[in-house]
Design a protein around this ligand. Sequence first.
Ligand code: BGC
Length: 364
Amino acid sequence: MKAIVVKPGTPGVALSDKKKPESDGKSVTLSPKLVGICGTDREIISAYYGQAPAGETFLTIGHESLCTVVDPGNSGLKAGQAVVPTVRRSCGVCWSCLHDQSDMCFTGNYTERGIKGRDGYNSELVVEGPEYIAPVPAGIGDFAVLTEPMTIGEKAITQSLNLQKRVEWGWDCDDGLSCKRALVLGTGPVGLLAALIAKLRGFRVWAADRHDGSTLRASLLKSAGVTHVNTQTSQLKDIADSEGRFDLVVEATGDAVVGLDLIPQLGPNGIMALTGIPGGSQVYQMPAVDIMRSIVLKNLIVVGIVNANISYFRDALADMVEIEKRFPGVLGRMVTNRFSPDDYSAAFSEKGHDTVKVTIDWTK
Ligand code: BGC
């Protein structure tokens, strides 16, 4: 079967032939329909990241997918049903992995489909355990391919709200969290989706990037009632000064300085969730005293968020239903590009001005 592969450690990507995977009787056979491309895939292709399955040379890439069930086995799923499989697989040993929370693995010996030690979804067929498959609810179209990037925002906001159970957050709001200010840094798919989730939870939401209001991203944010900030022309510090300091910041730029620099702009008892994974090893100068003083004097939390277990996939799909009701069409407009597997090279280098989520369309 066709598969898009990399040779970890060597830059490049290729369309190749792979042996069809076989079901062990307990697994579900899926055919990937759309597979999203993200920054992690680009890092793998550049050979900064990625690991082939044990004993193999090549890794099939792709960890964001929307699939169709081909053979449900004994799973209870139905042939033809749309589903989204998760990314990370258990280390088989630690408490988290043994309790469906491989995203919080203690040993680090997990594998990740399309990333670390396990083939991903850019192939004609895949085989998966039913415990790692979330069914797509009715009314959710092909934009379900956004589920995986959305799970990062789900985890960031759910964990932030859980951590904030330390105080009565929202004691001064008339309605839910309406007096709480959330800022999302970065308007890639993870940032846009996190902004939509924050909106659903009731926050006043700002989302910042380095572009003016003419982009598709700015228009998507506007359709969902999120205030877009162009950091080339507006200072986030000025917004914090005039509107009040931010209660929640979700960092989704992957730039080490952008998030940490903003810590002093958090309000008392605020929280910053860092989701980007910066590459390289550059050394920067930071206002360390100001940052540490802010963290301590304001009881701040800075939390790292990586990966997501199946519960966040179910939550993301349920939130998609809600977002589609409240902001119809916004999610669909985020899937901007579909390339056939034969056009993989163009897909991985696509960088259009209004590109949001680039996908490989395995039905083409
Ligand atoms: C994926 C996560 C994964 C992380 C590190 C991200 O792009 O969304 O699922 O854990 O990369 O490998």
